[in-house]
Ligand binder design. Sequence first.
Ligand SMILES: Cc1ncc(COP(=O)(O)O)c(C=O)c1O
Length: 284
Amino acid sequence: MPNQELIVYLNGEYLPLRLAKISVLDRGFLFGDGVYEMIPVYGGKPLRLAEHLERLENSLSGIRMASPLDEGQWVDIFNRLICGSQDQSIYLQITRGVGTKRDHAFPAGVAPTVFVMCAPIAPIPASGAKAITLPDIRWQWCHIKAITLLANVLQRQQALDEGCAEAILIRDGDVMEGAASNVFAVVDGVLLTPPKGNYILPGITRDLVVELAQANAIPLEQRSISLEELRVAEEVWLTSSMREVLPVVELDGRTVGNGEIGPVWARMNALYQAFKEQLRTGLL
Ligand SMILES: Cc1ncc(COP(=O)(O)O)c(C=O)c1O
């Protein structure tokens, strides 16, 4: 629960969270008409900032919006909100703004609503997670980081209700991604992850894991993973900015591999933690 005295950015102003208010006619509230980003910050430095801002640009252009701020302006806001060197996250959201009535059509000449908040990151549990698979009921533009997340919310909640950390979404027999994460599997010693496309979010953590695998001679293929392959994989992982690289030890009530966290995960996690440490200590 964010501290109510947290200072946040809303439409050009810095103010306490409890005073940050938007109109009920905001299109984010009425239609989920907006996009967002979540950027982890280590040692006061955002991880893969350029990549996050590039994905934001792509999400905005995907919903026919221009970026309201340039890179320098974003960085200025982030620097004012980042507090100390503790691990934290930047959440930023842009909506199409406030119309004069509830109407699906884009309102003419309105300024977007821009909100940014920085909050401490919760520590990541050291244990393996449980996951379930569910049919992917989302729309076809999952590459846009849209705030319209009802399907993801319902599917994550179903996982939680079943004592699991995540729902892995299956479309036409293939693994897409988690409700709020990307998916990796180790099959016959090869690290697999689904290729990018309009059915998955191009995760920044995913890309970093791919890069770390390639740079460290971990065999990797970006190709479709069938549900059958996932069920017999030696290892399954979920990746996201907030959960980093999370090993899945139980899938749909059955153990993954031998039920222990796997050796490829241990290697990748060490590489990922080392990357974070380099960022913290200014080596990146
Ligand atoms: C649907 C979905 N896929 C993947 C991810 C992982 O993206 P990232 O690694 O950029 O956090 C997220 C993160 O929230 C997500 O919501």
